[in-house]
Design a protein around this ligand. Sequence first.
Ligand code: PLP
Ligand code: TYF
Length: 393
Amino acid sequence: MFSSLGEASTDSILALMRAYREDPRAEKIDLGVGVYRDAAGTTPIMAAVKEAERHLVETQETKSYVGLSGDETFNAAMARLVLGDAVADERVSAVQTPGGSGALRLLSELAATAGDRPILWVSAPTWPNHMAVGARAGLVCRSYRYFDPETHMPDTDAMLADLSEARRGDVVLVHGCCHNPTGADLDAAQWDRLTALVVERGLVPLVDIAYLGFGEGLEADAAGLRRMAAGVPEMLVSVSCSKNFGLYRDRTGVALVISPPHQRGAVQATLETLVRTNWSMPPDHGAAVVRTILADEALVEMWHDELATMRERIVALRTGLAEAMATHTGSDHYSFLKQHRGMFSLLPASAAQVEALRKDHAIYVTGDGRANLAGLLEDRLDRIAEAFTTVGM
Ligand code: PLP
Ligand code: TYF
């Protein structure tokens, strides 16, 4: 049975994580995998999460199965958190998923099941798992131009030109905020232009939002997605609680589908069929934690404060690195770091420069030059800027 198996294709980000772990150099710096770290270099459990967990331990009475779609209270609270009041409840279907990845997989399968062989359009570049998950779910994938390396910002004209080749019913994957890997987000006017094209050509947006609250704040980060949701007849949304609740390993997310009200029953039923044939029932713990936090005013406030601290730390590190680069290069070439949002920025680094950073300076960024700025430590900014300059970046 297994003789036909070739070398397994590995996720480049996860492979880098392993290489970092195996590097014996004490001075090594991990700017690879997208995990938030505090000033001590750790990824702590948020206090609001700890509090909710304590409450759950004391009050939870059963570990019996949750339903196929998970916890309805969690789903409704997440729909509210992400969509606000942009669309009427009667248009929204929701299922709790194992992480944002579970939501992406489910929504890709929904598109493959319901659509007429739709193409999944993803930004170039994008998170490597997007195409992999889409393809595994049976979708043909194509990419649209997104990033302008000159301005370090989105190239909307190129994006819209490429997407004008999409056929009616094709799915367009859009990053909700904090674009991974570039850090370059669409502004309100760019969201509106994309929405107009989606409506005109009958496309179905799949908005993937894994960093809500990491850019400018919960409301600001959801604003573009909500503008689009209010303007389109159909939309898919994959939401991750991994980063903004720090629940990475508890695998917590939600898949939302916006449809006309009369189709909601069929959509929800199809989602549940897909759930049953994938993981049958979602894992409970992370969603129970999120539900507990979002239902309690004091915990919500605690969570907001902690999220703000994380966001402000990332913004401060962005400014710090931009300033250190200005000092080392005598130019403002790296001021784009301050325009970018979220944990990542795509640095102007060649494959050889990425390799030199790793070999000569023990600094790990992904092969395409993506740096996780939340992996920086304040007292190393100067060393990093010096290394970037030394390798000629
Ligand atoms: N989408 C993007 C853009 C991501 O960067 C990630 C990774 O964290 C995910 C989705 C999925 O996250 P998870 O499955 O860990 O919730
Ligand atoms: O982009 C990242 O680094 C995060 C973490 O298969 C991640 O999204 C990376 C790869 C992967 C799963 C999660």
